[in-house]
Design a protein around this ligand. Structure first.
Ligand code: 1GP
Length: 254
C-alpha cells in the first residue's frame, strides 16, 4: 500500500488524521525521535518533517532515526529541494499555488525531481496555499508571495480547484507555523465542500478545540507543530488526536 493510500485509509477509518510536524532545527535527533515515538503512542497518525529554513546538518540522520522510531508514515514536507532523504516513506511534492513566484511554483520542483527519482521516494503531489494569518510567517516571507486574504474563501476555492484539475492529490491550507490566527473555518468549508481531494489544514492551531473545529469544517488532516515543542504540552497529543478522530468510522484505539 502506498503512503498516499495509507493517508486515505486513515481518513476513512478515523474521520480525519492528525499529523505532527517536526522541525529539524528545533531539537536534537534523539529528542525529536523520542518525541515522535511518544506522539505515535498517544494517537498521532503520521509525521511531517521539514521547515522553511534549514540550519542543522542532520536532516538525513533525523529522518532515518524517526523512521526507525515509529511505524506511522514519515513524510517529507520540504521547504526547499535540500530537504530530501531516502529514509522517508514519501515526499509532499508541493507547488505553492497561492503565490506567483515561479521558483516556488516550479523552480524548486525541477531542482528536486532528479534527486527524488534517484532516491526512489514516493511522491504525493500537493497544492500548497498560504492563507493570511495576522502576521508575516516564515513561509510567506521566504517564498516572497502574498497569502490568500482570509476573508476571501472563494479565492481559495478557485486555487483549490485549479490544483485538483492540474492533478494534485492533496491540498494544504496553511496559515504558517506560529501563525497568530489559524485558517478560518469558512474557508476550509468552502474549499473542502467544492474540491474532491483531501484538504490538510495547519498553522497556528493551539488547542484540541481549534483542531476539532477544523475537522468539522471539512479538514481531512490537521497539522500541529509549535504547540508540542514545549515539554509540558506533550500531554496534549492524546487530546488533539481524540478531537481530530471524530469520524463515525473511527475503528482504531490508542
Ligand atoms: C506549519 O502548519 C504547520 O507548516 C504547523 O504550524 O507550528 O503553527 O502548529 P504550527
Amino acid at each position: 500500500m502506498t503512503t498516499y493510500d495509507k493517508l486515505l485509509r486513515i481518513k476513512t477509518d478515523r474521520g480525519a488524521g492528525y499529523l505532527v510536524l517536526l522541525d529539524p532545527d528545533h531539537r536534537s535527533v534523539p529528542e525529536l525521535s523520542a518525541m515522535a515515538r511518544e506522539c505515535e503512542a498517544q494517537g498521532a497518525d503520521g509525521f511531517l518533517i521539514g521547515g522553511s529554513l534549514l540550519f542543522s546538518d542532520h536532516f538525513d540522520a533525523l529522518v532515518r532515526s524517526i523512521k526507525e522510531a515509529v511505524s506511522k508514515p514519515v513524510i517529507l514536507f520540504p521547504g526547499s529541494s535540500r530537504q530530501l532523504s531516502r529514509h522517508a516513506d514519501a515526499v509532499l511534492f508541493m507547488s505553492l499555488i497561492s503565490g506567483r513566484n515561479p521558483q516556488a511554483l516550479i523552480g524548486e520542483q525541477v531542482l528536486a525531481a532528479p534527486l527524488v527519482h534517484a532516491l526512489g521516494i514516493e511522491t504525493i503531489s500537493m497544492g500548497y496555499m498560504l492563507v493570511e494569518s495576522g502576521n508575516v510567517t516564515a513561509a510567506q516571507f521566504m517564498s516572497n508571495t502574498s497569502p490568500i486574504p482570509r476573508e476571501k474563501p472563494q479565492i481559495a476555492v478557485a486555487h483549490g480547484l485549479a490544483g485538483q484539475y492540474l492533478g494534485m492529490k492533496l491540498l494544504y491550507l496553511e496559515a504558517g507555523s506560529g501563525a497568530e490566527k489559524s485558517v478560518p473555518e469558512t474557508m476550509i468549508q468552502a474549499v473542502s465542500h467544492t474540491v474532491s481531494i483531501p484538504v490538510i489544514v495547519g498553522g497556528g492551531i493551539r488547542t484540541p478545540h481549534d483542531a476539532a473545529a477544523k475537522v468539522r469544517a471539512g479538514a481531512s488532516f490537521v497539522v500541529t507543530g509549535n504547540v508540542l515543542e514545549s515539554e509540558e504540552n506533550h500531554s496534549l497529543v492524546r487530546a488533539f488526536a481524540e478531537a481530530i478522530h471524530q469520524g463515525p468510522g473511527d475503528k482504531t484505539t490508542t
